[in-house]
Structure formats: structure tokens, C-alpha cells
Design a binder for this molecule. Sequence first.
Ligand code: NAP
Length: 249
Amino acid sequence: MQKILILGGTTEASHLARHLADCGTNAIFSYAGRTNAPRSQPLPTRVGGFGGVAGLVAYIHAEKITHIVDATHPFAAQMSQNALLAVAQTRTPLISFERAPWAAKTGDNWQHVADYPGVLKALGETAQRVFLAIGKQNIDLFATAPQHHYLLRLVDPPESIIPLPSHTVEIAAGPFDLAGDLALLKRHHIDVIVTKNAGGIGARAKLDAARDLGLRVIVMDRPPLMGRQIMQSQQDVLAWLHQDAAQSF
Ligand code: NAP
């Protein structure tokens, strides 16, 4: 009998969980535990790291996991890498469910960078009003560029002092829409947006708002991860799960 482990943290993971629950599929949902109140799931849910590759291997054995769907965020590279290494040991079938990256449209003013040093270089020396749309991790890296004012949009209020001399925090959880993001960018007189190329629709509005306002966007490209089998639609993931299961989804 199948027992599926969903590595979550994305809208796509939640949609898949809903579908599997509706079908009565035997599955477990896993959160890293980064947010205070993660969206509740219609599946049995575990929260927190597994303890590296060895911990995940032990978990797969203990829970008799037969299939893993890595539906983590495209920038959650450590978890994805750990999953690859763990299933190499346990021989558990693994699929990466990853939404397509965003692509620039006519009128977009995007500058692609590979990493955080690239972002800092692209921001430059002249003071800017920056919408730093990267979540709460790695914000401290921007302390080396204190000339800029940073707008941070966070899911939870910060638990520690943000080491940026000039910043504003907005507490909000997606999905976001164009009208709201246009208003946000205008209200804070933003010059430039920094974003990861997350893909999907929930965080796309800021890019459309940037195009409407003629703003520059610094886009961090996804970290390269070798050896993954990637599927971009839920339909394909379900077909993959179907291959080994007699049950109907
Ligand atoms: P990461 O750097 O790839 O993972 C760091 C560690 O967190 C992993 O080694 C693992 O700990 C634990 N972990 C990550 N995802 C997990 C999951 N779904 N279930 C159980 N443990 C998990 O990940 P991250 O970038 O910190 O992201 C953490 C979570 O937030 C992910 O689930 C991701 O989907 C979500 N998220 C990330 C971003 C982003 O920009 N990175 C944005 C939105 C949502 P152990 O080694 O102890 O197993």
C-alpha cells in the first residue's frame, strides 16, 4: 500500500494535499516549521526538520514511506538535496513538484542575478528605496548596504531586531493581488524590487505592479540542483503516483 510523504511549504503542496485527502490517499504532510501558524492541512501533518539526510532515511524507514513528493519552494535547496540523497539510500521513488519560473514579459525591466552578492552589486552604491521581497531569511546580508531603505513584507512579526538601519516592515501573507501590490509600491515610494524567481501566481502580482510603474526588478535565479525529476503540474504528479498504485485518485 502506498504511503506518500509530501514535503510542503508551497501553495502547490497544499493543493496536492487537498486532492490526496479527498481521495482518501494514505499520505503525510511535512512542514519545516518556519512560520508561527502554518496553514492547516487535511492530511496528518508533521512539523520540523528530519535531522539531515540520516534523519530523513530513518523517517522513511520508520513510517514505511513508499513515495516522496518534494513540493518545497524552489529555493529550499537544502531540503531538496537531502531528499535526493536519502532516496538514493532507501530506493524510494521521488518526484520534484516545482512550478515553472517566472519569465519576463514585454515592458519588464528585470536584471537577473545568481545569488545575494549579485543582488547587492546590482543595488549599487546610490541610495534606493528597495522592496526586499525575499522573506525573512538572509535579510541580515543587506546590513552591508545600509545606504538603502528596505521594505520587508513578512508573514510573522520579526522575533529579533532587524539589522538594517532604515527599514519598514509590513506583516502580510499571500496570495497578493495587483491592486494591493500597486498600492504598496506607491505608498512606500519604491524604486527597485528584489525577488527570488519563485514562480507561481501567489507572489507574481509585485512583478506586474513593477511593470505598470516602470520599476526595476532584481531577480535571483533558482539555485541549480542536479539529478531531479521535475513535474510542473499536479496532473503529472498524480499520474506518476498512479503508476505504482492500483487505487484511483
Ligand atoms: P532549506 O534551506 O532547503 O532547508 C533547511 C532545512 O529545513 C532542511 O535541511 C530540513 O531540515 C528543514 N526543512 C525544509 N523543508 C522542510 C520540510 N518541508 N519538512 C521538514 N523539514 C524541512 O529550506 P528553507 O529555504 O529554509 O525553507 C524552509 C521551508 O519553507 C521549506 O519547506 C520551503 O518549502 C518553505 N519556503 C521557503 C522559501 C524560500 O525562499 N526558501 C519560500 C517560501 C516557503 P533537516 O535537515 O533537519 O531535515
